[in-house]
Design a protein around this ligand. Structure first.
Ligand SMILES: Nc1ncnc2c1ncn2[C@@H]1O[C@H](COP(=O)(O)OP(=O)(O)OP(=O)(O)O)[C@@H](O)[C@H]1O
Length: 472
């Protein structure tokens, strides 16, 4: 929580603002003159200073640079009863974070503070990204490094974090990394899978219940929110949080206090929330399926994880890491890789992302127990088929691009002849690739190409190819 100085010559304003800030868990002090403000700021480490403009002695605007140079290097939020465009401009030029006109609604005052604190923590974290514990996150692509830098920034704040991305992109892994790198890392990381919350028991699973609160409640239960006290509460698949629960959850998020089912006793829980979803939340909000106020509250900080197909350079390190991990887990010798293994993996589009890649490796390892090196041929047929298709398509594009334009009209072949040449070239290219990827295994070649045995042999003969040649 932050250390905040409120500077105003109106004691009532200081008292009200201080009370509100304390309620949010911050520490506060107040000053009535600019000199008092400078003395207090010089003797303590403040994160933020709310500063009035009209003060006895020097004006608030004048002392901003000196306040900014005190030991805490605090952010300054200017509050003024006499809003003027010139004053606002001068405040910002002098180094103020924000400029608020009094009387300001509570939300505006608090929002400015939250933003200032978040900015402050981010810049602190950005100075030390190398210290991040990666928590088994593999990948060195630019996109993944950008996400890791956001993890470092988020971990340094207390803001709610929304992690988005397709299924299997690592949302839970990143949520854990935020927790591991936060000041809460020695406290619990509690996962709530919103998609698996049983309709009738959802409320009790989250908030807990007293004995006898409902039929079957034979013992009291503390609930996951309470269990996350001092730690991090991770709501996975948050789009599935039942709409009836969203309102009560928003209240808990704001107040960190709630009543377990069937209890008069109020329970407190100081948790930090991280949520994940692969659904389009804006769409859900539009359709009224998710509360807008809760959505805004949850996405104070957002991290979008890229799909694996958009960072193919991460595939190789990920394969090596997970293969070694799985071999160790199953107590089997680790493997080497032929380059064509990685080539085929990079050509596939991985709709299930890293989870699908890990499952594929498990599948391959289970079928190659005694083989020291993994080849493309060991991969499931859909992956090789996809790789073959992508390669042929790419070759065809290259052919079209490099084709010489005929110089004279009489050099243009007839349409029939042109089509025959192209079809033959495509057939040869396809068959060569098919034989290479299946290493001449006719059964696999038939399955990948969906050609009958007779038709496949007929085509091979036509193009002067044989399955045996490709095995050598
Ligand atoms: N960058 C990564 N490095 C190493 N392993 C990863 C990475 N990203 C994901 N994984 C692995 O992929 C699998 C799926 O990850 P995770 O469960 O975190 O995905 P998710 O996005 O939460 O999926 P879902 O949306 O389906 O819940 C896990 O085995 C995880 O360890």
């Amino acid at each position: 929580m932050a250390n905040i100085l409120v500077v105003d010559d109106d004691k009532k304003i200081c008292d009200l603002l201080e009370a509100e800030l304390r309620r949010l868990g911050h520490e506060t002090q107040s000053a009535g003159t600019s000199q008092q403000a400078l003395d207090l700021a010089g003797a303590d480490n403040f994160d933020v200073v709310y500063l009035d403009v009209q003060l006895p002695g020097r004006s608030g605007l004048e002392i901003i640079p000196e306040i900014r140079q005190t030991p805490g290097e605090p952010e300054v939020i200017i509050m003024t009863g006499y809003g003027s465009p010139d004053g606002a401009e001068l405040a910002v030029k002098n180094g103020a974070w924000d400029y608020i006109q009094k009387p300001a609604p509570r939300n505006q005052l608090i929002l400015a503070l939250m933003r200032a604190l978040q900015f402050r923590e981010q810049s602190r974290a950005a100075k030390h990204p190398a210290l991040l514990k990666r928590n088994l996150i593999i990948g060195e692509s630019h996109r993944i490094n950008q996400c890791l830098s956001l993890v470092a920034q988020a971990a340094a704040t207390e803001a709610s974090v929304l992690i988005t991305g397709e299924t299997g992109t690592g949302k839970e892994l990143f949520a854990r990394a935020i927790h591991e790198n936060s000041r809460r890392n020695s406290e619990p990381f509690v996962v709530v899978d919103c998609a698996a919350l049983p309709d009738t028991l959802a409320e009790s699973v989250l908030f807990g219940h007293e004995k006898g609160a409902f039929t079957g409640a034979e013992k009291p239960r503390s609930g996951l929110i309470r269990r996350a006290n001092k730690g991090t509460l991770f709501l996975d698949e948050m789009g599935e949080l039942p709409i009836e629960l969203q309102k009560s959850f928003l209240r808990v998020l704001q107040e960190h206090r709630f009543h377990p089912l069937g209890s008069d006793r109020e329970v407190e829980s100081d948790f930090r929330v991280v949520v994940a979803t692969n659904r389009n939340m804006e769409d859900m909000v539009q359709k009224g399926e998710f509360r807008q106020d809760l959505y805004f509250r949850l996405k104070a900080f957002e991290i979008h994880l890229p799909a694996l197909r958009h960072r193919p350079e991460d595939i190789k390190p990920m394969v090596i890491f997970h293969t070694n991990r799985l071999c160790e887990h199953y107590g089997i010798p680790t493997r080497g890789f032929s380059p064509d293994f990685f080539e085929a993996l990079a050509l596939y589009d991985w709709p299930g992302n890293v989870r699908e890649l890990v499952n594929t490796l498990e599948w391959v390892l289970a079928r190659t127990v005694n083989e020291p090196t993994l080849f493309a041929r060991h991969l499931p047929i859909e992956i090789r088929a996809k790789a073959a298709r992508v390669t042929v398509e790419a070759n065809r594009e290259i052919e079209l691009e490099t084709e010489q334009e005929p110089a004279r009209p009489e050099d243009i072949p007839s349409f029939k002849e042109y089509r025959k040449q192209k079809v033959e070239a495509a057939e040869t290219g396809y068959l060569k690739l098919l034989l290479k990827q299946t290493a001449g295994d006719i059964q696999q070649a038939m399955a990948v190409s969906e050609l009958s045995k007779a038709r496949l042999y007929e085509l091979l003969k036509k193009h002067g190819l044989s399955a045996k040649q490709s095995q050598g």
